[in-house]
Ligand binder design. Sequence first.
Ligand code: NAP
Length: 363
Amino acid sequence: MKYIATILTVLLFLFFASSCGRSSSDKQTCGEGPRVAEEKARGEKGPRPSGDELGFERTAVKSSEQKNFGAEKKNAVKAGEDELKRKSAAVGKFDLEKKTVLLNSGYEMPIVGLGTYSLSDKACFDAVTALLKAGGRLIDTAYMYGNEAAVGRAIRASKVPREEIFVITKLYPGKQYREPRRAIEEALAKLNIGYIDMMLLHHPGEHDVYAYKAMEEAVKEGKLRSLGLSNWYSEELQDFLPRISITPALVQNEIHPYYQEKTVVPFIQEKGIVIQGWYPFGGRGYTRELLNDKTVLAIAKAHGVSAAQVILRWDLQRGIAVIPGSSDPKHIRENLDLFGFALSVEEMEKIADLDRNEKHDWY
Ligand SMILES: NC(=O)c1ccc[n+]([C@@H]2O[C@H](COP(=O)([O-])OP(=O)(O)OC[C@H]3O[C@@H](n4cnc5c(N)ncnc54)[C@H](OP(=O)(O)O)[C@@H]3O)[C@@H](O)[C@H]2O)c1
């Protein structure tokens, strides 16, 4: 028995001794901790592997990265929303320091510019040159004025960076509304200033929705930046707006002290659409009467400014951007100089009383 017990003890010892020499894949530890087993498995040849090499830490890092990324993303979205809220609160509000207004398209537009209707090639080139020299930065042209090329030439000839200048042009009903993509390319080619800041439909007409949709496509392609309408009033807008995707940033309509659009103006402004008034002095053939109006002259005298400046300032104080037309460098400078005086409530009311609902053009 004694021998049998001794033999059994020796066999048991040999069995355990051989077990401890097996590979770690057998998950035997022989009383050692997991780390020792792992070191054994590596044969203790190199440094302890990094978490990356082991894999599990990378997963842990990944999930914490994801958490951080998620938080960053949320913060970015919130910042974007806050910016949007701040901007949409500012849309349509005139910044009299910067002399600009923020459009619903996100772009800033100067609130005073130069109209180029009836200015033919050289006169237009000279007028735009005078405007840019005097610090003006907005030019209103149109296919119908036949002077887009002159506007572009004057811009390119100036030393003013393109980004500082804001150009408005317009498509005209008829062929241009029927073939709007071609018309947009034509305007881009004539102006030859890269992109167009704002394109308007000149007035309602057949295929106007079709033409506007082509302008929407051109916005996506980066050819146009903002869109608008000209000679659209309350009823026309109510009909048009549900049929398009990009809300117009601007509506350009006839507005002067004898034709004030007292209901249409707030109707448009409440939609976050900026209004720009054409024929601020009544248009050629009517300017003499308006610029010599007794009420306007008395207010001008009180402020030591011209009748033209009073009218333009009255527009600005109504939240209406202006594009007086002129080929005279002195007038062009004068028409930009509107920020050194302000009309009182009484003066605004006196001009409001001049309204005769007297439209000077048919659009
Ligand atoms: N969307 C549309 O359907 C539409 C229609 C019409 C016009 N518009 C746009 O609106 C712009 C303005 O209209 P408009 O040019 O026809 O008419 P306007 O601006 O009412 O009047 C222009 C006339 O006023 C004179 N003038 C300008 N500044 C003056 C000043 N400080 N003192 C005295 N006289 C001054 C000009 O003469 P001088 O050259 O001697 O300065 C010119 O004869 C147009 O040029 C065009 O861009 C748009």
